[in-house]
Design a protein around this ligand. Structure first.
Ligand SMILES: C[S@@+](CC[C@H](N)C(=O)[O-])C[C@H]1O[C@@H](n2cnc3c(N)ncnc32)[C@H](O)[C@@H]1O
Length: 259
């Protein structure tokens, strides 16, 4: 079997992304943890976990990649498997999960019977189960477009995760990286993405939650008949495809009483 070659640049990139994923996992300081590496490949990301004192299990669909990991004497336990068919471990097994450049593959249908949304849901719901309650998963991925990212986050939310997407270096074509940060417990604070210019105001993260906010509750902040209330109501009717008069300076303005 021809082993996949590993250039020093590739090692460097995988290791850096594993480092950032581990940072975003926010594990308790100085405590060895039991982690899962999805799409572990030849174990470069896993080596970083070992160097940081953690124990890990890697799962990958490619026997050639796992052979390369064995050849490199990685410390983690290796499992041949397709994440789209679910993660086969007991509930609550892991303190956290990372994945580097793998999850976007679930958006592709390799056979006619592959339904990406179904495979993603299967993956996320099994991942939710194998994580200890309150544990996180940080998945670095390369979505092809915003629709793919939405498909992925929708299925993660459906499976019970909260969290969001952290974007590092959003303005750099080369360095831009997406990290899907998933929380299996109650929603917590989402870290900020890195940027070359720390002064930049641009948002580098977007939060999602699986909490349902009843429509009326979401509007509670608005005072009835105020300009904001009227504008919001008009906008909603536009979204419903209804004919609505354009907004002007008079919209929502109080009329003087007539005698
Ligand atoms: C860029 S490589 C990851 C390399 C790895 N993190 C490392 O540090 O060596 C992406 C990996 O995802 C794996 N992969 C792709 N689709 C998969 C699937 N459905 N289930 C499990 N692994 C998958 C590939 O076989 C490949 O090894």
């Amino acid at each position: 079997v021809a082993l996949p070659s590993t250039s020093s640049r590739m090692i460097d990139v995988q290791t850096k992304m594993a480092g950032r994923a581990l940072e975003l996992l926010n594990l308790p300081e100085g405590q060895p943890c039991y982690l899962l590496d999805i799409g572990c490949g030849s174990g470069l990301s896993g080596d970083y976990l070992s160097d940081e004192g953690h124990y890990w299990v890697g799962i990958d669909i490619s026997p050639a990649m796992l052979d390369a990991a064995l050849d490199r004497d990685t410390e983690g336990d290796l499992l041949l498997g397709d994440m789209g068919q679910g993660i086969p471990f007991k509930p609550g097994s892991f303190d956290g999960c990372i994945s580097i450049s793998a999850v976007q593959w679930l958006c592709n249908a390799n056979k006619k019977s592959d339904i990406p949304a179904k495979r993603l849901y299967h993956f996320f719901s099994s991942l939710y189960s194998v994580l200890a309650r309150g544990a996180r998963a940080v998945l670095q991925l390369y979505p092809e477009n915003s629709e793919q990212l939405e498909l992925i986050t929708t299925q993660a939310t459906k499976a019970g995760f909260t969290g969001g997407v952290v974007v590092d270096y959003p303005n750099s074509a080369k360095a831009k990286k997406f990290y899907l940060c998933l929380f299996s417990g109650p929603s917590t604070f989402l870290p900020k993405g890195l940027s070359e210019n720390q002064e930049e105001e641009e948002a580098t993260e977007s939060m999602f939650t699986n909490k349902r906010v009843p429509y009326r509750l979401a509007r509670q902040g608005l005072v009835r008949k105020s300009r904001e209330w009227v504008l919001e109501k008009k906008e909603r009717r536009r979204r419903q495809g209804k004919e609505v008069r354009p907004d002007t300076q008079y919209t929502g303005r109080k009329r003087k009483p007539r005698f």
